[in-house]
Design a protein around this ligand. Structure first.
Ligand code: NDP
Length: 282
């Protein structure tokens, strides 16, 4: 590692995907970050020790991510970059074109993980999009192929019609929406679970179960929630544009929740969705 980076940056554990590729278990999300602020936020995240960055074509900030990557001296092989295919670009040819556009904006020659952003079942194009993504994987332009917001029926369809099993399904998941059934499906089929809105965009940080553990451990509620995810085994991608929070959210590898803490947070599951339901979003 370069000497320009602090010695104290944490070592982030990795999760091995079903094709052997390893993804950092904790990464940095940039949803709702304007393009011109994204470079600063991603640079701060890389400085703090994050190596995995989660963007999407629809976020409009792939260029900002790319600028931060270009300015960094971290070797490409130490980075893990995810982007996503937007709904309007689904279909075989459109997917290939959209991927080229994303790659150009990021300034990269490959991405580590490419996701179908939503199944949008009413369009009925996700199986065609998946065939295009399988081609990108065969060509070595993506290291892993995955999906986002897929329900078991959508995953099953890909298993029935496609060659590759998605390496990842990135879904809304946090203490208020624990997705036990979906996680069990993933575990049974070798699909890694990645949690979006891992902090429920802040909506679970006042939960008494969380704040009680935060007080006892001297950690922040966000750190407690991220620890819950890590111990559950999910991949997390918290977002922040606040430098102190960016550092805080990656500083979660020096404490552990007890089995009792995990049980207390597990008991707060309450069907709390901050985003749309995947069956209805088209
Ligand atoms: P998060 O659950 O990560 O929450 C982000 C919010 O929490 C921001 O308002 C942030 O504020 C605040 N926050 C962050 N850290 C702390 C902290 N330590 N203490 C208190 N507040 C904190 O929400 P996101 O929706 O952004 O989800 C994370 C990532 O998941 C996205 O950025 C994106 O990459 C991905 N995602 C994917 C989706 C999909 O459909 N595949 C959908 C939604 C998200 P501030 O920034 O002001 O510091």
């Amino acid at each position: 590692m370069s000497t320009s980076h602090p010695q104290t940056v944490p070592t982030i554990p990795t999760v091995k995907l079903n094709n052997g590729v390893e993804i950092p278990q904790l990464g940095f999300g940039v949803f709702q970050v304007p393009d011109d602020e994204t470079t600063t936020a991603v640079s701060a995240a890389l400085e703090a020790g994050y190596r995995s960055i989660d963007t999407a074509a629809i976020y409009g900030n792939e260029t900002g991510v790319g600028r931060a990557l270009a300015a960094s001296d971290i070797p490409r092989e130490d980075l893990f970059i995810t982007t996503k295919l937007w709904n309007a670009d689904q279909g075989y040819d459109a997917t290939l074109r959209a991927f080229d556009t994303s790659l150009g904006k990021l300034g990269l020659d490959h991405v580590d993980l490419y996701l179908i952003h939503w199944p949008t079942p009413a369009r009925d194009l996700y199986a065609d999009s998946w065939r295009a993504i399988e081609r990108l994987a065969t060509e070595g332009r993506i290291r892993a192929a995955g999906v986002s917001n897929f329900q078991p029926a959508h995953l099953q369809r890909l298993q029935d019609t496609g060659d590759l099993v998605p390496a990842v399904n990135q879904v809304e998941l946090h203490p208020g929406l624990q997705q036990a059934e979906l996680r069990a499906f993933h575990a049974a089929h070798g699909i890694a679970t990645e949690a979006w809105s891992p902090l429920a965009q802040g909506a679970v940080l006042d939960d008494p179960a969380v704040t009680a553990i935060a007080e006892r451990t001297g950690k922040s509620p966000a750190q407690v929630v991220l620890r819950w995810h890590l111990q559950l085994g999910t991949i997390v991608i918290p977002k922040s544009v606040t430098p102190a929070r960016i550092r805080q959210n990656v500083d979660v590898f020096d404490f552990e929740l007890t089995a009792q803490d995990m049980t207390a947070i597990n008991a707060t599951d309450r069907d709390l969705r901050t985003g749309p339901h995947p069956d209805q979003f088209n």
